[in-house]
Design a binder for this molecule. Structure first.
Ligand SMILES: *[C@@H]1O[C@H](CO)[C@@H](O)[C@H](O)[C@H]1NC(C)=O
Ligand SMILES: *[C@@H]1O[C@H](CO)[C@@H](O)[C@H](O)[C@H]1NC(C)=O
Ligand SMILES: *[C@@H]1O[C@H](CO)[C@@H](O)[C@H](O)[C@H]1NC(C)=O
Length: 363
């Protein structure tokens, strides 16, 4: 009798400790602001996500160019990946499985039979630790870390992931994503899932913005958006953005996916690690961005599946309200030996560099 009583007491204490622990964790979610010159960035350690980026338009009027919400609570209930860091493996893994060094791994399938953005509780759905925070100065920075455990969503090994947001130069945002495998080799592919609208997050859609994407090939996908392993030239197709094009000019040709949702193989310059991936320009506001990265691919997504999402100040986002420029490894790389490897080991850590250069022209 006493033994059972003691056991029950232990269980209650453990249960309370757990509840307390998770409440405690929730309480540590915050919003962190970086300010430099004309731009200010807000991020949260929930999913290491971008909340807002405010910068002037051609008339000097400030505007927020990132889709999102007013409150943390809405971020914790989000299913569109607004602003988030996605992982452990961004994009899709076909069949929610892979084999590595002879061992078969079954993952959590959260999009039909496939895994999208790391599973049903990926890196975008966890609380990251705040490791460093400097709000102002020459290089304002915030650094988040997340310790992903062995077996999380089915992935092998403990992994220490780090994401830093840094404001630098004139109107430049650098994002550095790193990951260290602590015991077992594992696939890693981290990406930033911000939805940009240079006209302002509440300005309608991005179909009249102009984009240039420096990739002459795409990875061909099947009807479930899983790569077949083959590549196709974009020449003469609606995917050709080698020269600047209005985003909406040929979007009707992509009825099946309701718009762009495709991985570009970035061309880059021979011998150079950092490539110019894309340029976007919004004529109305005069705002432009350029994205440079060391990643081999760029998923270009035109927010095809945004459906009446209630965002900042009650503004309702509809399809194409924003665009994502997800520099990353090719989707489903772990199942395609001919794609650049995404396997991270103790000896071979992961590093993903992104530089967003913003500018405003008045003409
Ligand atoms: C719960 O957390 C609070 C604050 O961290 C702490 O003071 C308290 O002792 C904890 N209670 C239990 C039952 O663990
Ligand atoms: C959570 O998200 C769903 C849609 O994904 C929405 O219907 C619901 O209203 C949201 N709940 C809260 C409390 O925001
Ligand atoms: C998942 O796979 C099974 C077996 O191959 C198939 O019958 C089913 O239709 C698939 N589900 C989806 C949503 O694709």
């Amino acid at each position: 009798m006493t033994k059972i009583f003691v056991l029950l007491l232990c269980l209650i204490v453990v249960a309370f400790g757990f509840v307390n622990g998770s409440v405690d964790e929730k309480e540590k979610i915050g919003i962190f602001e970086l300010k430099k010159g004309e731009i200010s960035l807000k991020v949260t350690n929930w999913g290491a996500s971008i909340v807002s980026l405010v910068l002037p338009d051609k008339n000097g009027k400030l505007g927020d160019v990132v889709l999102g919400y007013d409150s943390i609570k809405e971020y914790t209930n989000d299913s569109t990946y607004f602003g988030a860091t996605v992982g452990r493996v961004a994009n899709r893994i076909g069949g929610a499985e892979f084999t590595l060094n002879g061992k078969h791994y079954k993952l959590v399938a959260n999009e039909g039979n496939n895994t999208l953005h790391g599973g049903s509780r990926g890196f975008s759905d966890v609380v990251w630790k705040v490791k460093r925070y400097q709000r102002e100065g020459p290089s304002p920075i915030v650094t988040f870390t997340y310790h992903s455990f062995d077996g999380e969503e089915g992935f092998p090994g403990d992994l220490l992931a780090t994401v830093s947001y840094i404001l630098t130069g004139k109107n430049q945002l650098v994002i550095i994503m790193k990951a260290k495998a602590l015991n077992k080799p594992t696939p890693v592919n981290l990406a930033n899932h911000a939805y940009w609208n240079l006209g302002g997050q509440n300005s309608g859609n991005i179909l009249n913005e102009v984009i240039q994407i420096f990739g002459s090939k795409i990875t061909i996908v099947d009807s479930k958006l899983i790569p077949t392993g083959k590549f196709a030239s974009i020449k003469g197709t609606a995917y050709d953005f080698l020269k600047p094009q209005i985003i909406g000019s040929r979007i009707n040709q992509l009825a099946k996916t309701k718009g762009y949702d495709i991985n570009y193989v970035l061309d880059g310059e021979k011998g150079k690690k950092i490539k110019l991936a894309a340029k976007v320009h919004d004529k109305k506001s005069g705002r432009s961005l350029e994205l440079y990265t060391n990643a081999p691919g760029l998923q270009f997504y035109t927010g095809n599946y945004i459906k009446d999402v209630k965002g900042k100040s009650g503004y309702v986002y509809k399809a194409h309200a924003g665009l994502c420029l997800e520099s990353q490894a090719f989707p489903d790389s772990v199942n395609h030996p001919n794609f650049p490897s995404t396997i991270v080991t103790k000896e071979k850590p992961y590093k993903h560099y992104m530089l967003f250069k913003f500018s405003t022209k008045s003409h």
